[in-house]
Design a protein around this ligand. Structure first.
Ligand SMILES: [Zn+2]
Length: 143
């Protein structure tokens, strides 16, 4: 018998990180996924939005929350390309001088996919490494 189930996870609206602080990222109920994020100090009180701890700052004195500025268009477009076209789940990590878009390759990144990235964003560097039998791909964009 084939059983089809729907599971819920919370993805950061700024960087694309999926909350997997605990062993479980996907939950049977939406509310469970959101509750776990609140426990993991995500920002969940913006209507329809969720932000991981890396994507907002909290003023220590007045506890005012500031969401960091959105990523550059180039970073957003590459992330979307990876998610939608290659069907891999990318995350964006912001460093001092660069953005790193990375994912574990679930579905092979074809040469045409690589060509699209490099032709549209000539400064992008694509790096591959094997971590625990899985291929991790990191695309670096300088700021
Ligand atoms: Zn984030």
């Amino acid at each position: 018998m084939i059983l089809k189930e729907i599971f819920y996870a919370v993805k950061c609206d700024r960087c694309g990180a999926i909350n997997n602080e605990t062993d479980t990222a996907f939950w049977g109920e939406k509310s469970q996924a959101v509750l776990q994020c609140q426990d993991d100090e995500w920002l969940c009180n913006v209507p329809g939005k969720h932000y991981c701890p890396n994507c907002f700052t909290t003023n220590e004195e007045n506890e005012e929350v500031t969401i960091k500025p959105p990523f550059p268009e180039s970073v957003k477009r590459i992330e979307k390309f990876i998610d939608v076209i290659t069907k891999n789940l990318a995350e964006v990590h912001e460093k001092d001088d660069r953005f790193e878009i990375d994912f574990y390759e679930r579905i092979s990144l074809h040469q045409a996919d690589r060509n699209w990235i490099v032709e549209n964003y000539p400064t992008a560097k694509i790096k591959e490494e094997i971590l625990r039998d899985r291929k991790k791909i990191t695309i670096t964009i300088k700021k």
